[in-house]
Design a protein around this ligand. Structure first.
Ligand code: FES
Length: 204
């Protein structure tokens, strides 16, 4: 008797291994679940919620929800797509995302996921927050207007580069990315263009 374990993703059987999340198993099987803060190389933390799926009638984050035999996972219903679209619209108005004049247009994960989920307008009123650009580093600039607080750079710098260059500070709507350096600027941090953290951002 086979001991293969599966769950159902939009009616398709997905095999999984012990310890897999729904996201892990789906991606391995070639099934796409939209995501922004997930990167298989790092510990998932479920902050963006864009990977929301419905499991047996309950909404969960696919990147943090353990796979289990027999689960019925809804990844593509109108309700789930609408939920994701709303989350994406909130991300767009929370920062300053100027896709039409952004040099990364066409190569931006946030933009791609928004298109994939049929987002055609921000819907909500823009916050137009006042945020800075840190161009103090000779090789890399950070535009805080685009940060979606996914913490991929935080995790990459801490867990892969072992430098801990980035952290989040503040609470709630005041949460923001900070640089761990004497001046708070990237230029006098230990950051390097070759760092893993320089290559994981979903918005630049
Ligand atoms: Fe799962 Fe962000 S990708 S919460």
């Amino acid at each position: 008797m086979s001991d293969t374990k599966t769950f159902s993703l939009d009616g398709v059987a997905i095999e999984f291994n012990d310890g897999d999340s729904i996201m892990d198993a789906a991606l391995r099987a070639g099934a796409y679940i939209p995501h922004l803060c997930h990167n298989p190389e790092f510990t998932p933390q479920g902050s963006c919620r864009v990977c929301v799926v419905e499991v047996n009638g309950r909404q969960v984050s696919a990147c943090t929800q353990p796979a289990a035999a027999g689960l019925e996972v809804d990844n593509g219903s109108d309700a789930i797509v609408e939920e994701r679209r709303t989350l994406l619209q909130m991300l767009f108005v929370d920062g300053n995302h100027v896709c039409p004049c952004c040099e990364k247009s066409g190569a931006c994960q946030l933009q791609a996921v928004a298109y994939y989920n049929g987002m055609l307008s921000p819907h909500f009123t823009h916050f137009f927050p006042q945020r800075s650009v840190d161009a103090s580093h000779p090789d890399i600039a950070i535009d805080f207007n685009r940060c979606i607080l996914c913490e991929l750079c935080v995790r990459a710098s801490r867990d892969f580069d072992h430098k801990n260059v980035f952290s989040l500070s503040g609470r709630g709507i005041d949460t923001h990315l900070i640089i761990n350096s004497p001046s708070g600027k990237l230029g006098d941090s230990t950051f390097a263009a070759t760092d893993k953290a320089a290559h994981v951002c979903p918005v630049c």
